[in-house]
Design a protein around this ligand. Structure first.
Ligand code: NAD
Ligand code: ISE
Length: 342
């Protein structure tokens, strides 16, 4: 069976996933596309032989759409995910699942009431070979019990629409998700420390930020979020255990020696950094839709657990803020990860 997919939002990642679904993975075709910019949606749709539809609701209702991909702006995700659940169709939602814990919980409740998992969240790092190798090392006990994790999440620049709260809601969600999965642990408190601000930022923005998390098992995590670092898209993670440490590898890149220097390029964005992870994520999701089985990747519950309300409060108050999560419904039992994306 070829899964017919409708896409809501044809911006950077929408177009990249449309390319992936059309040319890279097997078993999927894009049949419908919408975007606030109708002319742009028409252009993107024509490029892959799909229809352009006026709204997201039209995409969700379309009879030639078996499953929905939400790649619009974060604040619009909840509305589309809820409407797709109501239509009884599977939905892959790029991160964040929603921009508040309240909206994430509405999705969790709607999916639980529907009685079957329909939602997968785009936390693609769980599919990255480097993170998977780290998890194997930790799970095998090779570094002993994890004690500390040092992370950095750096982007070269961000657009003017990026706010200080998005450092938590849009950027650090990746680390919160992947650390819950790596450590099989939950974040219980957070503090945000604000260093001197870079001059290479828009006036409204606190950048960088240092987020200090504590987990239920007492692991301490420091995460530097620096979204105007200028030099590249740089994701670092080092887990220190009782008897060793494991460090996330950088992407393979040749070292070039020329003119008296040895240089290694730094990738510039998420497309260059995680291409294989995105491909694996979509191949597995498409297969689950085709088989009419529950998605195997990060769930709506994982989307809720990663959302950064407490981190935003910590930034705004300057205090240590406790993370008050609801009890996980039995519906989402089975660890902090979805399924095979462990
Ligand atoms: P973008 O601004 O390039 O694209 C978003 C598109 O959605 C725009 O074309 C916009 O017109 C459209 N849109 C907005 N609201 C809409 C609505 N209500 N209905 C239809 N279309 C709408 O942004 P982007 O970089 O492509 O990011 C999109 C989403 O993907 C965000 O949630 C972002 O966090 C996520 N993302 C994830 C990763 C990752 O590493 N997994 C990387 C980039 C972006
Ligand atoms: C963006 O939306 C992503 O998901 C990128 O992976 C992340 O690095 C960036 O900070 C986000 O804004």
């Amino acid at each position: 069976m070829t899964v017919r997919i409708g896409v809501i939002g044809a911006g950077w990642i929408g177009q990249d996933h449309i390319r992936r679904l059309t040319h890279v993975i097997t078993g999927a075709e894009v049949t419908a596309v919408t975007d606030l910019d109708a002319a742009h949606a028409a252009e993107v749709a024509t490029g892959v032989g799909a229809r352009a539809l006026p709204t997201g609701q039209d995409v969700i209702a379309a009879p030639d759409v078996d499953a929905v991909l939400v790649t619009s702006w974060g604040p619009t995700h909840a509305e589309y995910v809820l409407a797709t659940i109501a239509a009884g169709k599977p939905v892959f939602c790029e991160k964040p699942l929603a921009t508040s814990a309240e909206d994430c919980l509405r999705i969790v409740e709607a999916e639980t009431a529907y009685g079957r998992r329909l939602v997968q969240v785009g936390f693609m790092r769980r599919y990255d070979a480097g993170y998977r190798a780290m998890k194997q090392v930790i799970d095998a006990g090779e570094i002993g019990v994890p004690l500390m994790v040092h992370c950095a999440h750096r982007n070269p620049t961000v657009p003017a629409s990026y706010t200080s709260a998005m450092a938590a809601q849009d950027t650090a969600v990746h680390e919160i998700d992947v650390l819950r999965w790596l450590l099989d642990d939950e974040i219980v408190s957070v503090q945000v420390v604000t260093p001197r601000r870079t001059s290479k930022r828009l006036e409204h923005l606190q950048d960088p930020q240092i987020m200090l998390f504590e987990t239920a098992n007492g692991v301490r995590i420091d995460l530097e979020v620096f979204v105007n670092c200028q030099y590249g898209y740089d994701i670092q993670c080092e887990t220190v255990g009782e008897s060793g440490l494991v460090r996330l590898p950088d992407p393979a890149s040749p070292s070039v020696r020329s003119a008296g220097r040895a240089d290694t390029a730094v990738v510039q964005d998420w497309r260059e950094r995680f291409p294989a992870a995105f491909d694996a994520e979509f191949q597995e999701w498409t297969a689950s839709v085709a088989a009419a089985t529950a998605p195997t990747g990060p769930s709506a519950w994982d989307g809720y657990a990663a959302i950064g309300d407490a981190t935003v409060q910590a930034l705004e108050s300057g205090r240590i803020v406790g993370v008050a999560m609801k009890d996980r419904p039995a519906f989402y039992a089975g660890g902090t990860a979805g399924g095979t994306a462990r």
